[in-house]
Design a protein around this ligand. Structure first.
Ligand SMILES: NC(=O)c1ccc[n+]([C@@H]2O[C@H](COP(=O)([O-])OP(=O)(O)OC[C@H]3O[C@@H](n4cnc5c(N)ncnc54)[C@H](O)[C@@H]3O)[C@@H](O)[C@H]2O)c1
Ligand SMILES: [Zn+2]
Length: 359
């Protein structure tokens, strides 16, 4: 197991990454200072089938009295109505201010349960127990929680730092292949923006990662979270530095919105977005052609798409890009690479951006 701290002053907290550590959830929660007593374990139907019993048993073994709250799997559970059922169950069960929520699942459960904890009785403790690769390398760390509104994603939310993050890489063995590969896009992102050696290690170890060897997963998840922790510590509320985490996301979000939600998984759209950003970085930030193609090869080797689809030339794509990023002065702050392992923000006019993408 690897353990390190996210340094956030009074909101500092430990991160544990390892194989089989779900069985230690009770001990790790007690070590984090949580009161033994009534707690909620929020999960979704898929995760419940594989991992809820182990989490509940691990908590009971250390004097916690967990109530399991299972929501339907999928993005639609990040809604006000599902949130209300979570609150109802917490009230019925008698969770009080010293209680806690365990968010056992992917980013959907992490965001929903995290927001429930942020708001229930004006905020109670949450422990993030991520079970997808996306959640283990990205969404569990940083304190961002949210639900969706029918008209906008993640529009109702709060910053609420977890008391601990417990990422058991064994949970990833039950994750469907496409969702696993999707998470690798965010892993590659960390290498691209801040750790060139990580790109080399990924090139070397990718087969073993795809085979989900526990030691490989522990190494890759811990390294990713350490990188995210460093950025979040320096910029807890997304003032500046944290923007580099959006590498690949400007084009990615526009693709998600314009190609029709559901066509691409988020990580797949980000993979395409990173390849597009690498091309732009050659023209505007000094990335070499060799480095750009090295990044694209790694994306493809991970089984992710890298080429812009025809949809990126449709007016809906331009419209989605404009909606997402338009500033008052019609420019876009775009995350580029000066070289592999070093990100830089370059301001482009919207027209420059669109014409580069169309070429
Ligand atoms: N808060 C943040 O900083 C942040 C960052 C990135 C993404 N997000 C949010 O995260 C969400 C996406 O997260 P996600 O990709 O983890 O999606 P998800 O939570 O929907 O999980 C994907 C699928 O995998 C299933 N699943 C989860 N763990 C499993 C396991 N171990 N075995 C088998 N099946 C499992 C889920 O039931 C679901 O069907 C989005 O809502 C996004 O907005 C938040
Ligand atoms: Zn992302």
């Amino acid at each position: 197991m690897q353990t390190f701290r996210v340094e956030l002053g009074p909101a500092s907290h430990p991160v544990h990454v390892g194989s089989g550590i779900l069985g230690e959830l009770g001990r790790l929660a007690a070590d984090a200072g949580l009161r033994r007593g009534r707690v909620a374990v929020v999960t979704d139907a898929n995760v419940a089938r594989h991992h809820a019993a182990a989490a509940v048993a691990a908590l009971e073994a250390h004097g916690f009295a967990p109530s399991l709250i299972t929501v339907p799997a999928g993005e639609t559970s990040k809604s006000a109505s599902v949130l209300e059922t979570v609150y109802s169950r917490m009230i019925e069960y008698g969770i009080d201010r010293a209680g806690a929520v365990f968010a056992l699942g992917g980013g959907v459960v992490g965001d929903l349960a995290g927001f429930a904890a942020a708001t229930y009785m004006r905020g109670i403790a949450v422990v993030q127990v991520p079970t997808t690769l996306v959640a283990q390398v990205d969404s569990s760390l940083g304190g961002k929680t949210a639900i969706n509104h029918p008209r906008a994603k993640n529009i109702i939310g709060a910053f609420h730092q977890p008391r601990a993050i417990v990422a058991d890489v064994d949970a990833l063995t039950t994750l469907p292949d496409r969702e696993f590969r999707e998470g690798l896009a965010e892993v590659i992102k960390y290498g691209a923006i801040m750790d060139e050696a990580m790109i080399g290690d990924l090139e070397r170890d990718l087969e073993r990662i795809l085979a989900r060897e526990p030691a490989m997963l522990e190494a890759v998840v811990a390294r990713s979270l350490r990188h995210k922790a460093a950025i979040v510590s320096a910029d807890e509320h997304e003032g500046g530095l944290r923007k580099i985490l959006n590498f690949g996301h400007t084009v990615g979000h526009a693709l998600e919105a314009s190609a029709g939600y559901g066509l691409y998984l988020h990580g797949e759209a980000v993979a395409i977005g990173m390849a597009a950003a690498a091309a732009l970085s050659q023209a505007h930030a000094g990335l070499s052609a060799d480095e750009a193609s090295r990044l694209v090869r790694l994306i493809e080797k991970a089984g992710l798409p890298a080429g812009l689809p025809p949809a990126a030339r449709a007016p809906q794509f331009a419209e989605a890009l404009r909606m997402d990023k338009k500033r008052a002065d019609d420019t876009v702050d775009f995350v580029m690479l000066e070289r592999l392992g070093r990100a830089a923000i370059r301001r482009l006019s919207f027209e420059q951006l669109l014409s580069a993408i169309a070429s």
